[in-house]
Ligand binder design. Structure first.
Ligand code: IPT
Length: 271
């Protein structure tokens, strides 16, 4: 039996670690995984990837591509009878899905900074075409608003370290200098750390930095990154387990979606 994975850019750390965990779990269960990678964030690119998987006669499909509710519905329809599990949609989307709770993650980052006494907080979002980037951003804004705070500056990156570097320089050159920056993923945080260093500020004494993901390398950034952990190994294992449970060979059980919690990992970039 073969599972198909339609995934966003595998050069990014998170999707590659997710794909790796899926592959490991699938192999343990005696399944193959074939991968189709999209080259841009669009419904048509996702359709192409899914068609490619279906032409290889996969028995079920995993979709790690950010999709709006309408687009997820369109992909589910395209798959017809084929079991399909989504990994990057809104928790409200009415499809079979397994996700980390974006609101929980955003809230944990904000509450951590507020507990340390920060008030001047800047945010660096992921690309707003991504549903997860939008939901983390909304989570930050709504949690800050509960404390009557608005971000002192907002910039948007594209998940890459290079964009983190560039956008951090813009954040630092605003009239109000932030005492802390919330960043939508660890790769951008890596770029932010370099920008802050070159700007001549010390982390965490003069500025705190919080990432998001806790990918494999984040404990080895300098200083070691405080971040919001999404356990990608667990995600990979659970998604394969659940999809396999719903393959036709097991006679269509009730599909049970799952919302996984995130957790704060405190290292040395916040004080
Ligand atoms: C999400 C990561 O948090 C982010 O760093 C980036 O790699 C993105 O994927 C790429 O789409 S994790 C996803 C399962 C929401």
């Amino acid at each position: 039996y073969t599972l198909g994975l339609a995934t966003t850019e595998l050069a990014l750390h998170a999707p590659s670690q997710i794909a790796s965990a899926m592959k490991t779990r699938a192999n343990q269960l005696g399944f193959n995984v074939v991968i189709s990678m999209i080259d841009n964030l669009s419904l048509s690119a996702c359709r192409t990837a899914v068609n490619e998987l279906m032409s290889q006669r996969v028995d079920g499909v995993l979709i790690n591509v950010p999709l709006s509710n309408d687009d997820a519905g369109a992909i589910a329809q395209l798959c017809g009878d084929l079991p399909v599990l989504f990994l990057d949609v809104d928790p409200q989307a009415e499809v079979f899905k397994i996700l980390f709770d974006p609101h929980c993650g955003a809230e944990q980052g904000v509450e951590h900074l507020l507990a340390l006494g920060h008030q001047k907080i800047a945010v660096l979002t992921g690309p707003l075409e991504s549903i997860s980037a939008r939901l983390r951003y909304e989570g930050w804004l709504s949690t800050l608003a509960k404390h009557q705070i608005t971000p002192c500056a907002v910039q948007h990156g594209d998940w890459s370290a290079a964009s983190g570097y560039q956008q951090a320089l813009l954040l630092l050159n605003q009239p109000v200098r932030p005492t802390a920056i919330l960043i939508a993923n660890d790769q951008m945080a890596l770029g932010v750390l370099r920008a802050v260093h070159e700007y001549g500020l010390r982390v965490p004494e003069q500025i705190s930095v919080v990432g998001y993901d806790d990918t494999e390398d984040s404990a080895f950034f300098f200083p070691p990154l405080t971040t919001i952990k999404q356990d990608f190994r667990l995600l990979g294992h659970e998604s394969v387990n659940r999809l396999v449970d719903h393959l036709h060979i097991h006679g269509d059980k009730q599909q049970s979606s799952l919302l996984l919690p995130t957790s704060l990992v405190e290292r040395h970039t916040t004080s």
